[in-house]
Design a protein around this ligand. Sequence first.
Ligand code: BG6
Length: 277
Amino acid sequence: MFETKTVNGIEIIEISNAWGKAEISTLGAHVMSWTPVNEKPVLWMSKKSYFEPGKPIRGGIPVCWPWFGGVKKPSHGFARIEKWDHAVYELENGATMAVLTLDQAELADFPFHAQLAVTMGKSLEVVLTVVNKGETPVTVSGALHTYFAVSDIANVRISGLDGAAFEDRRASAAQVTGHVQDGEVAVDAEVDRLYTSTTADVIYSDLGTGRSILVEKLGSYSTVVWNPWIEKAKAMPDFGDQEFRKMICIEAANAGSDSRILIPGVSHTLAQKITVL
Ligand code: BG6
């Protein structure tokens, strides 16, 4: 089942089925919430998030594309601030699939087609497929920039990245490259890590709730783990000062050396599948 409502001129698709509930904004093809039955919400959303055309939403699953980070403005690309078209399908297995598409954007400098398919069944699957509709190859980067809700950041342990090389992308980092993850990731300060060569699935455990979540990915050799911590949270107008305690971003990325060359007519797919264990 699904319904749509309009807030600030932006359509929100509300999905519900036997597996749970989800909300998807057509601004940015952005999954704003996902709550499986008998579970607390899996995704985090800032109480101070903007929700207006032209501004990114802070929380849920931002679609960062066709570039990752601040290499150009706006940060993380234009896909997350554009209005996407949508269609919703009820699948025979009881899952619901919303398909969002984007074919043009003022800031685009090559013709493209982007599609985000969000399927809510037992898991939440988010599949971004992009095609270069032009005649010359282009290089793109991006991420499914998922914000997970946690009881307290001190309770979070992330496994699956042990031994993976990472770049430390904090402004304060003495050295960006040359780091290797040792054991689980725990967060007790700002973390902005680009794991540069990993296809691994990740599990994060929340020791406060006892809940573990499996985060699988496809089409990605890079994973980003981000928590802004105190100072950076304070510096962001759309992020509450204490909200960093309640979230962790685990992102399936095509970032840095994992940027992709899109040959004309050939598609690339980046996907994330989230399951409460
Ligand atoms: C992360 C980056 O993916 O996104 C961080 O690694 C960045 O460096 C963060 O601060 C949030 O970006 P934005 O543009 O949504 O504020």
